[in-house]
Write a protein of this length. Sequence first.
Length: 602
Amino acid sequence: MYNMNGVRHALYEQSKAGMNFNNLSKLVVSPENILLAYRNVKGNKGAKTPGTDGKTMADIDAMSVEEVIENVRRRFNWYNPKPVRRVEIPKPNGKTRPLGIPTIWDRVIQQCILQILEPICEAKFLPNSKGFRPNKSAEDAIASFMYNINRRHMTWVVDVDIKGFFDNVDHTKLMRLVWKMGIHDKQLLVVIRKMLKAPIQMPDGRIEYPEKGTPQGGILSPLLANIYLHELDVWLASQWERMPTKHEYKEPPGRNGEPTRSKACRALRKNSRLKEIHHVRYADDFKIVCSNRDEAERIYLATQMWLKEELKLDISPEKSQITDLTVDFTEFLGFKIKAVLKKSKWIGVSYIADKAMKRIYGMLATQINKIGKHADLESRNKDIAKYNAMVMGVHNYYHVATGVYNSLSTISLRILRKLYTKTRTSGFAKTCSKPAISIPAAYRETKQIRYIGDYPVLPIGYCQTKNAVQQKNNHHPYAEENRHQLVAIQISKMWHSRTAWADRIAFAVNCISRYAAQQGKCAITGRFLMMDEAEGHHITPRYKGGTDDYENIVILSPEIHLLIKVTKQPLIYQMLSELKLNKKQLKKLNDLRSKYGTAVII
C-alpha cells in the first residue's frame, strides 16, 4: 500500500540474499513511506497521548500533505529527539512498569524507520522468535511449545528470566548488531543512536540521560529488542536445530514451512554426543526444552554464562528455574502448561495461569461495578458493551488453551452472582424477546447469556476451544503476490489523484483507507473506481461540525458525489435516469443527502 509493498518486498529479498544497505535514508523520508507512517501512528491507541511537548496526532491532522512531509524530512535530517515522557504503568502484581512516551513527531519518524528496517530484519530472524513480528503471535509461541511436548516428547523446561531486559540493553552492542543485520547507512545509524540516547523526563520533572536500555513504549523498541536477542536465537539454534551435518539431506517442509530436519537430527543422535534442545522466544520471554534433567541443568548454566558474556545481561535466579512438566506446571505468556500421560505418551495440556485468572476476575468485577452505577440507559449500555468486549478479548486470547473451559468455569459462577447482585434492579433476566443488538455468532448456541433490560451480556464461562496453530514462516507481508492486487495498484497512484493533495493530511489518508476498505467500489452504485475518479465525501459535512475521521468518510463516484449536492430538480431527475438506481441505492443516497442538508429525493 502507498506504493511501499514493492519496495519492502525488494528489501526483504535483497536482505535474504545477504546484501548490505548503505542508502536507506532516502527510503525512510520518501513521501510514500512518510504517509504510510502517518497512517499507522494515527491508528495506534496512543495517537491521542501527548509527549513532553504536549502535542498529539490532532496537531498534525490539520496540516497539508506537503507540510507533513517537509516537517518529517527536516526533523530527520537534523535529528535531535525531544525528551521522552516517563510514566509508570501498574502491573497485576501491584508493581509498576516504566513506559516511555516519545513526542508525536518522534513517533512518526520511528515508524518511518521501522517500515524500512523491518523487512530487512525479517529476512534474517529465525522461526523461534514469535513476538512483535508481522503475522506472529502468542498463539504461534504456544503452538510451537506444545509441539515440543506432543511430537518431540521433551518434558524438561528451562526458564531463564532476564533481569530488567529493556533497561539493560547495551547501546554499543546493539548498534553493532544492527550493523551486522546489513544496515550500513551511517546517517540512519546516527538517528537510531540518538533515539536510544534521548533524554527521559521523569514524573517529578527531573531529566535523566540513559546510558543503556531501550524505552518501552517507543515504536522502534520491539524491533531493536528482537535484533538484540536474535544473537541468542542463533546461539541456541546452533546447539542442535541448525547444527550442520556431514551430509546434506533433502527434508520435506513442516507445518511452519521450515524443513523438518528429521533425517539430520537422526544422524546427529546416532553419530554425535550433542544434546537435543529446542527453544521458543516471545520478546524477552523464552523457554528451552530438553529430554532430561542433566541436559536442562547444563543448558541453564551455559545460557546464563552466554547472556552475561555476549549480551551483558543478568538473569533473575528467583524467577529462573528448571521444571519437569510431568510433575509441575510451567507458565508462558499467561498460560500454565503441563504434560500428562495418555496412552503411554506424554501430551501437553494448557490452562489459564493463576495470575491471569486473578487479573481477569478483577477486570470484569470492576466493570460490573460500573454497570451497576450507571447514570442513564445510554451510559449503562456503553459499559455493558465494554464488558462484552473484555469477555471476547479474554476468549480470543485464551481459547487456544486446551483447558480454557475448566479455567473459566472457576470464576464463571462468581461473576454471574456479582452481575445479578449489581444489576437485578435494572431488569436482569435470562431471556429477552427482542435483544437491542445482535448476539455474536460464537455465542448464539449457549444458554448462558443474560440480559440487562434488552441488552445481552456475554458469558465468561462459555469459550469454544481452538487448536493452537503456527503460521508458516514464509507467510509474511512482503510476498510477491501481494504486489499485484488491483486495489493496491490504484492506491499506489494516489500521488497523481485529487484525493492525495487534499487540504488536510487526515482527510487524504482516511480517503485512501476507506477506498481500500470499500475494495475500490462506490458506496452507492458498487462500481469499481480508478483512483483518479474516486472522491471522498464527508458523511457529516465540515460546516455541520463533521471531522476528517475515517468513520465520517465514504468513497463515491463523481456523479453520485455531485448528485448528493445538486438542488435543481430537472438536473436531479436527468442524473437519476442515467444512473438507474434501485430502491436500496436510492435510500443510501437520500441518507447522505439528508445529512449533507439537501432535500430527500421522492
